[in-house]
Design a protein around this ligand. Structure first.
Ligand SMILES: Cc1cc2nc3c(=O)[nH]c(=O)nc-3n(C[C@H](O)[C@H](O)[C@H](O)COP(=O)(O)OP(=O)(O)OC[C@H]3O[C@@H](n4cnc5c(N)ncnc54)[C@H](O)[C@@H]3O)c2cc1C
Length: 284
């Protein structure tokens, strides 16, 4: 459609209005986490075979980066993809993979050589119906339970080398770039849910009477809610600025990382602070 990234930000912000985290996260994995590298670096074959059906909603994508022994430290992944004829043979496992149990393909980060850790990785598309792939049961999570998360195992999984995204050895850098969109999506998504939380707390404290007057008649509560809303607006400004620069083709790793950091912290602060004003009802 030729729309720029700001349209994705608008969608992400709107998805934040869904009253559960799992659904927008599952959608975001499809749109902003598992597919940006295909759009940016994929060959015509990769884009026609995997990206186009993902955009059309015909195929579900997941992103396979984390492993049991490597989460924050992406460079430490152990899964390998070794060349054999025209194929790669993949061995290893991936952990905590969103959409795993329903995905049609995995955008997989694997080691394709013995070069240093930041130069030996490649992104490869792996269809989930390929022989040798198996999945754990859905992991039993603390939250986001409507989004499935599972472990994926690769036992001599053979995929054609034409499923490679971009250049061999460029996978780490491409994945770091792919994370930019993930971070922006998460930051934008969090805005609306925090606003809902603050607004509903305003409504509740306006109605709830204590000591002969509405809770909200106590200025200390108004001060706190106003401060939280101010923080949300600051995060919005940061997120929009990062988005604007991204649309202009700039590297926004720094701003996008700041926005994601702040959105995580602020989401916890807003929900905890607001919950207090609901008293016992907050525990119901
Ligand atoms: C619901 C959910 C969905 C997920 N979906 C996906 C997915 O679709 N695809 C995917 O690839 N991954 C996914 N993940 C995995 C996620 O990306 C990792 O959990 C995350 O990267 C952190 O890795 P880890 O859990 O191994 O934590 P660790 O790397 O073990 O880190 C544990 C803690 O130590 C801190 N820490 C680490 N290193 C340092 C350091 N040097 N100094 C100080 N502190 C440090 C971390 O910040 C963290 O707080 C998902 C996780 C969850 C919970």
């Amino acid at each position: 459609m030729g729309l720029d990234y700001s349209y994705e930000m608008i969608a992400a912000e709107a998805f934040g209005g869904i009253r559960c985290g799992g659904v927008p996260m599952a959608i975001g994995v499809q749109t902003n986490m598992a597919t940006p590298a295909l759009a940016r670096f994929g060959s015509d074959y990769v884009r026609d075979s995997f990206l186009a059906p993902a955009i059309a909603g015909e195929q579900v994508a997941c992103i396979g980066v984390s492993e049991p022994g490597a989460g924050s430290d992406v460079s430490g992944i152990k899964t390998t993809a070794i060349k054999d004829g025209d194929d790669y043979i993949i061995n290893g496992s991936k952990m905590w993979i969103t959409n795993a149990t329903q995905a049609d393909f995995i955008c997989l980060l694997a080691n394709t050589s013995d070069e240093p850790a930041h130069k030996n990785k490649s992104l490869i598309i792996v269809p989930t119906d390929t022989a040798g792939i198996s999945f754990s049961d859905k992991l039993d999570k603390l939250g986001m339970r409507s989004s499935d998360t599972a472990q994926i195992f690769f036992d001599n999984v053979r995929v054609p080398q034409r499923n490679l995204i971009g250049h061999e050895g460029a996978g780490f850098v491409m994945q770091m770039q792919q994370f930019q969109e993930e971070r922006l999506y998460i930051a934008a998504m969090s805005l609306k849910s925090m606003e809902i939380c603050i607004n509903e707390t305003l409504t509740y404290t306006r109605e709830r009477q204590a000591f002969g007057k509405p809770l909200l008649a106590n200025q200390s509560i108004l001060f706190r809610l106003a401060e939280l809303q101010t923080e949300v607006e600051l995060l919005r400004a940061l997120t929009y600025q990062a988005c604007e620069q991204y649309v202009q083709g700039e590297d926004v790793t720094r701003l996008a990382s700041m926005a994601k950091l702040k959105s995580g912290r602020l989401s916890r602060e807003v929900s905890d602070a607001c919950l207090q004003y609901w008293g016992g009802m907050g525990f119901m």
